[in-house]
Design a protein around this ligand. Structure first.
Ligand SMILES: C[S@@+](CC[C@H](N)C(=O)[O-])C[C@H]1O[C@@H](n2cnc3c(N)ncnc32)[C@H](O)[C@@H]1O
Length: 435
C-alpha cells in the first residue's frame, strides 16, 4: 500500500504522536523532530503528547514483541504497526480510559490514510484491553532492546545482570540537580525547596546532588535565574569527586558541550585556566550560556573554543584533561529513548575508533605527572574497559590511578556504573596519570 501524504491540520493528537514516532523510526533524532510536531499540538495536549511519544519509544521493542504475534505477514505496514504500539502503550501503561484510547487511535489510523486497516487495529486493541493483565506481564518480561544490543549486553554483563539491566533501561530516569555550591550549599538549597513545598532528597553518591521527587518546571524552581543549580544526572556528577585537586591548575575539557562538566569543574575547583573545546559550535554556545547563568566566568580564565580534539594543540602545558568522549550513549537511553531506535550495531566500531583517536592525541598534551580522566555515558565494554586495556597496552607512560569508591563495578581498568531505577545513568570513569 502506498503511503498517502495528508496535510496535518486535521490530525488528532494520536496521529501527531504516530507521525513523530515514524520520523524517529526513519532515522531522525527526537530533538530534531519534536519541536516541529509540538508546534501542531494545542497547549493543553502537550503533556500527553510528550508522555505518549517518550513512553512509546521507551517501550518500542517490548510493544513490538507483543504486537507481532497478533498480526499476520500480510498486515506488515510500518504506520499501522506504529498505531498499534501507541494504542497498546496507552492501554497497558497509562490510566487513560480504554474506550477513548481505542476510538482516538482508530481515528488516527483513518486520518493517516489507512482506513482499510482500521478494523484490524480496532480488533487488536480490543483484544489487548480485554486481556490487560496478561499483556502487561508480557510487556514487563520483554527485554525491550534491539537484538544486536541485547546480545552485546549479554556478552558484556552476563545473564544475571542482564535481566535487571534491561528492566532498569525501560524505567523513567529521576530528575536530578547539581547544586552550584560555589553559590549555595546543598543543605540550604534543600531548605529553600522545602519552603516552596517541593519534595526533594539528597543524592547518595554525589555530594552536591538532589533528586526532585515531583514533576516541576525547571525554570520556575527557586534559584534557577541566579545560577543556583544545573540539571545533571547523579552519576555524571561524580566527575569532580574523582579528579585530584585542580586548584591553580591548567585544565582542558576536551569534549565540553553543552558544558555540564565544564561548569562543575569551575564550581568545584579554583582553576588557573580552563580550555573548554568541542567540535560542535552550536552545542558550544550552550556552554557559554550555562556558565553565564551559573555566574562562573569571573572565577577563572575560561576559553571556549570550537576545535577538533583529534588534532587541536593546547597552547601551554596541561595539568589535567577531562575527556568526556563521544560515545554510543547507551547508558543515558532512559533520558533519550530515541537512542533505542537510532543506534545501530555498526555505529559502535566507528565510535570506538574516534574515541581512540581523541585519546591518543589528547594524551600527548598532558604534562608529566598530569592526569587524564576518561569518561563515557556508555555501558558497552568496547568503549570503556576494552578501550582502556588497549590504551594501557600501547602507552608505557600511562598509569591507572584506581578510583577508590564504593559505587559501580570495578573493571580491569576504571569503574562502571550501570543505570539503576530511581538512581543515575550508565557512566564509565577511568583516571590515568602520566609518568
Ligand atoms: C558526551 S558529550 C559531552 C558532554 C559534556 N562533557 C557535558 O558534560 O555536558 C560528547 C561531546 O563530544 C563532542 N565531540 C565529538 N567529536 C569531537 C571531536 N573530534 N573533537 C571535539 N569534540 C568532539 C560532541 O560534539 C559532544 O558535544
Amino acid at each position: 500500500m502506498s503511503q498517502p501524504q495528508p496535510g496535518t491540520s486535521h490530525l488528532n493528537l494520536r496521529a501527531q504522536v504516530i507521525r513523530t514516532l515514524l520520523a524517529v523510526h526513519q532515522g531522525q533524532s527526537l530533538a530534531s523532530v519534536l519541536p516541529i510536531h509540538l508546534q501542531k499540538v494545542a497547549d493543553r495536549d502537550r503533556a500527553l503528547f510528550h508522555e505518549l511519544v517518550l513512553g512509546s519509544l521507551r517501550q518500542w521493542y517490548s510493544l513490538k514483541s507483543i504486537t507481532l504475534p497478533l498480526l499476520t505477514k500480510s498486515d506488515n505496514n510500518e504506520t499501522v504497526e506504529t498505531c498499534m504500539y501507541v494504542g497498546i502503550y496507552q492501554l497497558l501503561c497509562t490510566r487513560l480510559a480504554p474506550h477513548g484510547v481505542i476510538s482516538e487511535t482508530v481515528e488516527a489510523v483513518k486520518q493517516l490514510g489507512y482506513g482499510p486497516l482500521s478494523g484490524l487495529v480496532n480488533a487488536v486493541l480490543r483484544r489487548v484491553s480485554r486481556e490487560t493483565t496478561h499483556f502487561q506481564e508480557e510487556l514487563a518480561h520483554a527485554h525491550g532492546l534491539p537484538s544486536w544490543l541485547f546480545k552485546r549486553l549479554k556478552k558484556d554483563w552476563g545473564e544475571e545482570t542482564l535481566e535487571k539491566l534491561c528492566w532498569d533501561l525501560k524505567q523513567i530516569a529521576p530528575l536530578t540537580l547539581r547544586v552550584n555550591d560555589s553559590a549555595v550549599s546543598r543543605g540550604d538549597f534543600l531548605d529553600i525547596l522545602t519552603e516552596h513545598n517541593i519534595a526533594a532528597r539528597a543524592c547518595e553518591l554525589s555530594d552536591v546532588g538532589i533528586v526532585l521527587e515531583q514533576a516541576v518546571q525547571i525554570p520556575n524552581l527557586p534559584g534557577f535565574e541566579d545560577g543556583g543549580f544545573s540539571v545533571q544526572d547523579e552519576h555524571a556528577q561524580l566527575c569532580a569527586q574523582i579528579l585530584p585537586n585542580l586548584d591553580g591548575k591548567v585544565v582542558v575539557d576536551a569534549c565540553a558541550a553543552p558544558g555540564g562538566k565544564t561548569a562543575h569543574l569551575l564550581e568545584h575547583f579554583d582553576l588557573k585556566k580552563l580550555y573548554a573545546i568541542d567540535q560542535d559550535s552550536k552545542r558550544l554556545l550552550r556552554v557559554s550560556e550555562n556558565l553565564e547563568r551559573l555566574q562562573l566566568t569571573q572565577h577563572a580564565d575560561v576559553e571556549i573554543l570550537t576545535a577538533d580534539a583529534t588534532n587541536w594543540i593546547v597552547p601551554e602545558a596541561v595539568d589535567c584533561i577531562v575527556l568526556d568522549a563521544p560515545c554510543s550513549a547507551i547508558g543515558v537511553m532512559r533520558r533519550h529513548p530515541d537512542i533505542r531506535l537510532l543506534r545501530q550495531s555498526s555505529d559502535i566500531a566507528q565510535t570506538v575508533a574516534l574515541q581512540k583517536e581523541i585519546l591518543q592525541h589528547m594524551w600527548q598534551q598532558v604534562k608529566a605527572g598530569g592526569h587524564l580522566l576518561y569518561i563515557t555515558c556508555s555501558i558497552l565494554k568496547a568503549e570503556n574497559e576494552q578501550q582502556m586495556v588497549d590504551f594501557f597496552a600501547t602507552h608505557a607512560d600511562a598509569q591507572e590511578i584506581k578510583i577508590d569508591a564504593d559505587w559501580g563495578i570495578e573493571q580491569i581498568h576504571g569503574r562502571q556504573l550501570l543505570p539503576q531505577q530511581a538512581k543515575g545513568d550508565g557512566f564509565y570513569y577511568c583516571l590515568i596519570q602520566k609518568s
